[in-house]
Design a protein around this ligand. Structure first.
Ligand code: ASP
Length: 346
């Protein structure tokens, strides 16, 4: 081979390797899975959701690009989605049968398996921040209800009037669900104000939705965060999978970080997030194969619906869902932002 040809071949091999090199950081987010069909979303709604996902992914990516931690990145992405009334977390959360917003959230770090979670909070503006405080500033992993909020106050986290979480779209979904179940409609939260723009754009993906983020930083540490209002018309202090470590949220540097969305009862029974990580760690499955095994086979088999996002310490990103759609996005060092809504999106 002539020297020039040889050099060209060598350069080609080098470039191919560089293209395949593991990204130094990666992040994936979800904004809930459910009945999300092309004919169910107007072009304006679809655009609003895609833009919101892009904004949240960028909020997390900004942290990682600057060398920040995966924990800071997942928190930044989830706060963005909690503050956005389009999603069932923070402002825009679904209502209980009593007409309240009871919020659940969890966060976990893969480096040392530290975790924090809260359930049934009604006044903390950003439940994901409270979950992080539980992890970092309390000797506990999970706090619930008024006690969790007392702790939030002691940590100086911003509190809001419960009416802050109200959106007319979620109230209408509550009315529909209560009518279906033959239950009385409660009074609206005092001070609730209708927001026509959000109401016009928010899509009811079938009683629920949830937001979550997973990330790996340049040190190879993974983290997961999940935040939700739970399921529409939930009763009796119902808690879903999102704040339950191992069910809706899990992170371990030995395998991966996972955040889930779907009908929480099934995800709790299968310990979905931990199961994905266990298949990677103990059975040697690839991240995508593990996510598919748990969602497409195990979850589907017991009649559950929903999906997961996952990231590995090596920077692989995977998602899997058995619903018609899942709001999702991923971005990684040297890779473009990908936003998906429907099943057949990339
Ligand atoms: N997993 C959440 C819950 O069951 C709801 C959802 O993701 O849609 O509370």
């Amino acid at each position: 081979m002539k020297l020039g040809t040889w050099l060209l071949v060598a350069a080609g091999v080098l470039m191919a390797n560089a293209a395949e090199a593991a990204p130094k950081w990666a992040l994936a987010i979800h904004g809930g899975a459910g009945v999300i069909d092309r004919n169910a979303l107007s072009p304006e709604q679809e655009k609003a959701y895609r833009e919101a996902m892009a904004r949240a992914a960028e909020a997390g990516a900004r942290v990682l690009r600057a060398g920040g931690s995966s924990l800071d990145a997942v928190e930044a992405a989830v706060v963005e989605l909690e503050d956005d009334p389009l999603f069932n977390a923070g402002r825009g959360a679904v209502f209980t049968a009593e007409g309240k917003n009871e919020l659940d959230a969890a966060v976990m770090e893969g480096r040392d398996l530290k975790a924090g979670a809260v359930a049934g909070v009604t006044r903390t503006r950003n439940p994901i921040r409270l979950a992080r405080e539980v992890m970092q500033s309390s000797p506990h992993v999970m706090l619930i209800g008024p006690g969790a909020e007392e702790f939030a106050r002691s940590r100086g986290l911003p509190e809001v009037d419960p009416a802050y979480f109200y959106t007319s779209q979620r109230w209408r979904a509550l009315e529909r669900e209560l009518a279906r179940q033959n239950l009385p409609v409660p009074a609206k939260p005092p001070g609730a104000r209708d927001d026509d723009r959000a109401a016009a754009l928010a899509h009811d993906e079938g009683k629920r939705g949830t937001v979550g983020a997973v990330a790996v930083d340049i040190r190879g540490d993974v983290a997961a965060a999940t935040s939700t209002g739970g399921t529409t018309a939930k009763r009796w202090g119902r808690v879903g999978d999102a704040p339950i470590i191992g069910a809706g949220t899990y992170a371990d540097n030995a395998s991966c970080a996972v955040s889930a969305t779907g009908t929480g009862e099934y995800f709790i029974r299968l310990t979905v997030a931990r199961e994905v990580c266990a298949l990677v760690e103990h059975n040697g499955l690839s991240l995508q194969a593990a996510a598919d095994e748990v969602i497409q086979r195990k979850l589907t088999k017991i009649g559950g619906d929903g999906g997961v996002i996952a990231v590995s310490p090596a920077g692989e990103v995977a998602w899997s869902f058995n619903t018609s759609g899942m709001y999702r996005a991923s971005i990684a060092d040297g890779r473009p932002l990908v936003v998906g809504v429907y099943k057949d999106d990339p």
